[in-house]
Design a protein around this ligand. Structure first.
Ligand code: SF4
Ligand code: ZN
Length: 735
């Protein structure tokens, strides 16, 4: 351990601690000890402090004991000439720094003008987002779980110029890593501002997160890591050892120190090293070689900007499999959330503006010429900025294990595949698809034929078990598109009839899904034809296909076995699997009840259904709805109590489509129990809701469901129900 680093980290820790003490004293004087403090919308208090000490800081007064703890961790500032052989004192200094950071940062939320937007992406006048709330945490968590996001890079400071900042960000995005940005240079410049100046889209959607400009905002990255350990890893608050071990082993993160590293930045770096996150610096700072904490170097210095990302992955031992696709723009899941605004759009296709469709079909091997990609009609070079064209994407796939049943699953991937390209937006599917190609992508040389290359490369890479050959034709010729779209529509409706016609009674096998067990270890979804997975991403056919594609994967067939209760949806075979796969935590499931032995929820539900006792019915709230609901909780609070793989009678996470299934809480009264849902959800699902209402013989039922424009409390819902004579009023009591 270098004495220079140790003394710098210790000096820095003292400075940050003194700042925290000062902020605390000022706040105490101004607001008194009982004033509430928090990071908004989280159940983890000040997460690093909570994870490491178990202390639940919720008032200013609670901060005192934390400050004392930090102070006791602070080593004496060493004399420059004294050799410090151990890393220990610097690590303690690092931890004291993180505690102090959280105190400073949480007090910022009491200021008249909070320095953070608390939104998913920067706003017009502020780029700094501040701490991630629990909703973000859960949503992003699944990406860490399923490997679509291997980890994060905490970028501290500023790149030497904007171009380098963009290059580093793009490289990290291409590796699917989250990029957490904080701190600035002595002259007040920061990496996030560099990206902003270059027009790079930041926010949780693109994985480029500007946390805060202050050096203390670096703690948000470690707070994220600590919450990952507590919420996904089941680590108990206060169990600092397991928390740090979880992070060292499971969270692939590292620090990129950009520009001059002053004492306070050193102190943050020492905090990160506690978590096993190495520090890669572009400046000449003394290196630290492996000791007991990491298996690798703690600090690697003087790394050229071109090599920083590679070097970080190497040091952290992170292997990322990326599909190299031969296209002129960057590619990776981090680009999926990117928007292409109308003003930046070079070419637009579909989206209701022009006729469009996309279709994937299984063909015989001899009918498919692998790698053949044609554009029939105009290419992007043939049109001017701001143009529109019709679009037909026809993908022909062959493979000895390919089945017709897999067509819709592969076809649905086109959306993610295309969205992964930088500067290309894809929305919708089938004949309501919509593509925008940005001016920037066009300038880099992107062509329509590249859409075909993306689809082919990704199908071959991600579905190698079933796909051997891929041929793509892209049509922009109006007459051709119209003609082929007719044929495609026949195929779509044929597929719909197959799924829609299936009932739970018509099959002997359901499918299990345990994908979410990595963070909700006792959770299991049972997917039947009439009840899809609660994340909305897996229906029965998907489960079947996924099993055939990967027989050892998270989707396994479940024999229903003998029926225990047909009405509630309970079967012997299902119970057996539920018991085994829930680590014997659950004995039975009722697939059609939310009141008695309901299915568990992990955390990725599209909607939550919650009992409204006085209304004798249920409300539904979707993830996108941020406001208060009639049950007195917002989605984020509800999610906290429903998730985690436990049975919670009266509450249940569901996929949207289950709301209009004939089996929707059949045992509790079914569809007509719904008394409230957000307007946006209602509108989104209007056709399906109306169809279901007609099926049950009350075509005007949908109008009887209140929304936030009508009622926001349970009492108001009740009033409305009486006014419209909602059928739930006449039904058996739910409780
Ligand atoms: Fe997770 Fe269930 Fe979706 Fe599988 S089906 S990914 S277990 S929520
Ligand atoms: Zn889940």
């Amino acid at each position: 351990m270098s004495k220079i680093i140790a003394s710098a980290a210790i000096r820095g820790a003292h400075k940050v601690y003194e700042r925290a003490e000062k902020s605390f004293n000022q706040a105490l004087k101004k607001y008194g000890p009982d004033k509430k403090v928090e990071f908004p919308n989280t159940g983890y208090f000040l997460p690093v402090i909570y994870a490491m000490t178990g202390i639940r800081v919720s008032t200013i007064g609670d901060m005192k004991q934390v400050l004392d703890r930090a102070k006791s961790l602070l080593p004496q500032i060493p004399d420059e000439n004294v050799w410090l052989p151990y890393l220990g004192s610097a690590l303690d200094a690092g931890m004291a720094t993180l505690f102090s950071d959280e105190i400073i940062e949480s007090l910022k939320y009491l200021e008249d003008k909070i320095p953070y937007t608390m939104t998913l992406s920067p706003t017009e006048d502020n780029i700094w987002l501040g701490a991630a709330d629990d909703v973000i945490m859960r949503e992003r968590g699944i990406e860490f779980v399923d490997g679509s996001a291997p980890g994060f890079a905490a970028c501290v400071g500023v790149a030497p110029n904007n171009k380098t900042a963009v290059k580093i960000a793009r490289e990290l995005q291409e590796k699917s890593l989250y990029v957490f940005m904080s701190a600035s240079s002595p002259d007040g410049r920061s990496m996030a501002e560099q990206l902003e100046e270059e027009g790079v889209q930041m926010g949780w959607e693109t994985r480029l997160i500007p946390f805060g400009k202050d050096v203390t905002a670096t703690v948000f990255a470690l707070g994220f890591a600590s919450r990952a350990a507590m919420s996904f890893g089941g680590v108990k608050p206060g169990d600092y050892r397991r928390n740090l071990l979880y992070n060292q082993n499971r969270v692939f993160a590292f620090v990129l120190a950009l520009g001059e590293v002053d004492d306070e930045k050193y102190a943050q770096a020492a905090g990160a090293i506690n978590y096993g996150f190495p520090v890669i610096a572009d400046t000449d700072i003394p290196e630290i070689l492996p000791t007991g904490i990491c298996m690798y170097e703690h600090v690697v210095s003087n790394v050229k900007h071109d090599e920083m990302v590679e070097r970080a992955l190497e040091v952290r031992g992170l292997k990322i499999a990326i599909t190299k696709i031969d296209i002129p723009v960057a590619y990776g899941p981090a680009f999926e959330g990117e928007r292409v605004r109308r003003e930046d759009c070079y070419l637009e296709m579909g989206g209701g503006k022009t006729h469009a469709f996309e279709l994937l079909r299984k063909k015989e091997a001899k009918e498919v010429e692998d790698g053949k990609i044609e554009v029939i009609g105009q290419e992007i070079d043939d049109v001017e900025f701001g143009s529109r064209l019709p679009l037909g994407i026809m993908v022909n796939v062959a493979g000895s294990k390919m089945q017709e049943d897999f067509e819709p699953i592969l076809e649905r991937q086109i959306h993610n595949f295309i969205n992964g390209a930088e500067g290309i937006l894809h929305m919708g599917s089938r004949d309501v698809n919509w593509i925008r190609i940005s001016k920037a992508a066009r300038e880099k040389g992107f062509k329509l034929s590249n859409l075909g290359e993306i689809i082919r490369s990704k199908l071959l890479a991600d579905y190698s078990a079933i796909v051997d050959k891929v041929q793509v034709a892209i049509y922009t010729d109006q007459a051709k598109v119209d003609e082929l779209r007719e044929g495609a529509r026949e195929i779509y409706s044929h597929r719909d009839e197959r799924v829609a016609g299936m009932t739970d009674e018509s099959v002997d096998i359901f499918y299990s899904c345990t994908l979410c067990q990595s963070f909700a270890p006792n959770h299991i979804c049972i997917i039947s034809p009439e009840r899809l997975g609660l994340c909305g991403a897996y229906n029965w056919l998907d489960g079947k296909a996924a099993f055939e594609i990967d027989p050892n994967g998270p989707n396994q067939p479940v024999e229903k076995g003998s029926t225990i209760d047909e009405f509630k949806g309970q079967w012997e075979g299902v119970n057996k699997v539920v018991f085994e796969k829930s680590n014997q935590a659950l004995e039975r499931f009722n697939a059609y009840s939310m009141m008695e032995d309901p299915m568990t929820s992990c955390g990725c539900f599209e909607c939550i259904v919650a009992l409204l006792p006085t209304c004798n019915g249920v409300m539904v709230v979707n993830r996108e709805y941020p406001e208060m609901t009639p049950c007195g909780m917002k989605f984020s609070t509800l999610a906290g109590s429903v998730g985690g793989g436990v049975q919670m009678p009266g509450f249940m996470g569901v996929g949207k489509q289950y709301l209009v299934s004939k089996k929707f809480i059949q045992a509790d009264g079914g569809f007509t129990r719904i008394v409230w849902m957000p307007k946006e959800l209602k509108e989104l699902m209007m056709d399906a809701l109306k169809k279901r209402a007609e099926e049950i013989g009350s075509p005007d039922f949908v109008d009887k469901i209140a929304d936030e424009t009508i009622a926001t409390t349970e009492e108001e819902v009740m009033e409305y129900m009486q006014k419209v004579e909602h059928p739930a009023l006449e039904m058996d009591p739910m409780l």
